[in-house]
Design a protein around this ligand. Structure first.
Ligand SMILES: Nc1ncnc2c1ncn2[C@@H]1O[C@H](COP(=O)(O)OP(=O)(O)OP(=O)(O)O)[C@@H](O)[C@H]1O
Ligand SMILES: [Mg+2]
Length: 429
C-alpha cells in the first residue's frame, strides 16, 4: 500500500486526476486553498510532512511544519488565530492524549479542523477522538500521499459543511463606498488570519476591484458566469488574478461590449465551485435589483449593507433589511455600516436616528476622508497599506473578525473540541 502511494506520486503518466488512468491506485484529491499548520513531536513525521507540502496536490494550500506538538501549538495560538487545519502529533496514549488535546481545544477557533497523528493503533482511542470533534486520527509512520489523501477527503465530504463562507457587500445606494469596504475587509481577512480570500467583482460592466488592487487581470467572473458548466477547480485557477499571497480576484470585464442579463442559477453554480476551493468569498454586489442580484444576496452567509446617512439611504436600507429578514428568518441580521459620515456642509441623519429607524445598531461608522480614500483609490492600494493604524483600517479589521466568526472567540474557541473539555472537567470533578 505504501509503495503504491509512492508510485502514484512520482509517475508522470498519472498526473491527470482520473481514476481510470490510475487503475487500482486510489485517486488522491487535490487540497483546496486552506492554511495548514503542523506541530510535530518526531523528526520522521516533520520530514514526511515537509515532503507532503511540496506535492502538487498541496500546491494551493499554505503549509507550515514545526516541532513541539501540543505544547507549541497551545503557546502559539494563545494570541494568534487558528488556521483552517491543525495537524498535531502526539506520542501519548489514551486519556493522556485526550487531556493534551483538551488544552488545544481551549485555543481553537470555531471552524478549525484538527487532524491528530498518533503512534498507537487503538480503535477505541480513534472512536473517542472522532466523537470529540477531531476530524481524523492517523497512525504513524505515514506516507505523504496518505496524509494528503486524508486532508483532501475532509474537504470533499458532500455531507459536511462547505469550506467557503460567502460574505456579500452591497450599498443602500450607488457610490456609498460598498466596493471600497468589501475590498478592504477582504484584505483584512487575508492579512489578519492568513486565510485565502476570493473577491468576486459582480459589477460586470463597471467594477473597480482590479483598479483598487492595481491589477490588469483576466475577465474571470464574466467567463465563469457566462458558461458556469465549464467551471471546475482547474479553470477557477486560470480565471483568478492573484493580488497577494492570500487574495485572489475574480475580476469584472469592466467594459460595455456586452450586456449581462445573467441567469441566477449561473452565480449559484460558480459560488458552489468557489465554496469548495477557498475559505472566504467576498462578493462585491453592485447597487442594482435584478433576479441574480437578489438571489446572490439571499444566498450569502453574511451580508454587509453600507449606507451614507441621508434619507434615501435610510429608506433603501430599511427595505433591504425587511426583505432579508422576511426571506432569511433563521440567519444572523445583516451588518449595517455608516460611511462617509461628516461630509462638510451635508445635512445628515444622526447614527442614533438611523439605528432607531432600522431597529439595528450600525456595526461601525467611517468618517468622510477624501484624502485617505482618494489616495488609496488612485494608488491602487488598500487603506491598511496607506495608513495601518487609522480608524478606518481598524474598522475593516473589526469587520473581518465579525464576518469570519473570530470576534466571539471565547464562545467559539471552545466549540470545536468542546466535548473533550467537558469530559475532562467531569473526570476531574
Ligand atoms: N469614507 C470615505 N471617505 C471618502 N471617500 C470615500 C469613503 N469611502 C469611499 N469613498 C470613495 O467613494 C467613491 C465610491 O466608492 P465605491 O466605488 O467603493 O462605492 P460603491 O458603493 O461601490 O459604488 P458603486 O455604486 O459605483 O458600485 C470612491 O472614490 C471611494 O474612494
Ligand atoms: Mg461598487
Amino acid at each position: 500500500m505504501r509503495q503504491a502511494a509512492h508510485d502514484l506520486n512520482t509517475d508522470p503518466q498519472i498526473e491527470a486526476p482520473a481514476q481510470e488512468a490510475a487503475g487500482d491506485e486510489p485517486f488522491v484529491p487535490p487540497v483546496p486553498r486552506i492554511s495548514i499548520q503542523a506541530f510535530c513531536e518526531t523528526e520522521t513525521t516533520a520530514n514526511m510532512l515537509d515532503v507532503a507540502s511540496q506535492d502538487r496536490r498541496l500546491g494551493r494550500a499554505h503549509v507550515t511544519v514545526q516541532m513541539g506538538g501540543v505544547d507549541a501549538a497551545v503557546a502559539f495560538y494563545g494570541d494568534a488565530p487558528t488556521p483552517n487545519l491543525i495537524i498535531i502529533e502526539s506520542v501519548l496514549q489514551g486519556d493522556a492524549m485526550g487531556a493534551d488535546l483538551g488544552r488545544l481545544a481551549e485555543v481553537c477557533d470555531a471552524g478549525t479542523k484538527v487532524v491528530v497523528i498518533g503512534h498507537i493503533n487503538d480503535v477505541l482511542l480513534y472512536r473517542e477522538l472522532m466523537r470529540s470533534g477531531v476530524s481524523e486520527y492517523l497512525v504513524a509512520p505515514l506516507e505523504p500521499l496518505s496524509v494528503i489523501n486524508s486532508i483532501g477527503g475532509l474537504y470533499q465530504d458532500p455531507d459536511s459543511e462547505p469550506l467557503g463562507r460567502v460574505i456579500a457587500f452591497v450599498g443602500a445606494k450607488g457610490g456609498v463606498g460598498s466596493s471600497t469596504i468589501a475590498h478592504n475587509t477582504a484584505w483584512s481577512i487575508a492579512e489578519g488570519y492568513s486565510s485565502d480570500v476570493i473577491i468576486a467583482d459582480l459589477d460586470l460592466p463597471f467594477g473597480t476591484a482590479a483598479l483598487d488592487f492595481n491589477q490588469d487581470p483576466p475577465q474571470g467572473i464574466a467567463e465563469a458566469v457566462l458558461s458556469p458548466e465549464r467551471l471546475d477547480d482547474v479553470l477557477l485557477d486560470r480565471l483568478l488574478a492573484k493580488c497577494s499571497k492570500h487574495v485572489s480576484l475574480f475580476a469584472a470585464p469592466s467594459s460595455l461590449d456586452q450586456v449581462y442579463d445573467i441567469d441566477p442559477q449561473a452565480f449559484d453554480s460558480v459560488l458552489n465551485v468557489a465554496r469548495q476551493n477557498v475559505p472566504n468569498i467576498v462578493l462585491d454586489v453592485p447597487h442594482i435589483w435584478t433576479g441574480w442580484a437578489r438571489s446572490v444576496l439571499l444566498a450569502a452567509d453574511d451580508i454587509v449593507v453600507t449606507a451614507v446617512p441621508d434619507l434615501a439611504n435610510l429608506r433603501n436600507a430599511k427595505n433591504l433589511l425587511d426583505l432579508l429578514k422576511q426571506n432569511r428568518p433563521n440567519d444572523r441580521k445583516p451588518y449595517i455600516l455608516l460611511n462617509q459620515v461628516g461630509m462638510p456642509k451635508r445635512p445628515e441623519i444622526s447614527a442614533k436616528d438611523f439605528s432607531e429607524a432600522l431597529d439595528l445598531d450600525p456595526v461601525a461608522t467611517i468618517q468622510f476622508d477624501p484624502q485617505l480614500f482618494g489616495d488609496a483609490a488612485n494608488n491602487g492600494q488598500m487603506i491598511q497599506e496607506m495608513s495601518a493604524g487609522s480608524k478606518p483600517a481598524e474598522t475593516f479589521n473589526h469587520l473581518a473578525a465579525l464576518v469570519t466568526g473570530h470576534e466571539q472567540s471565547t464562545v467559539a474557541k471552545k466549540s470545536i473540541l468542546g466535548p473533550i473539555l467537558e469530559k475532562l472537567k467531569r473526570k476531574k470533578g
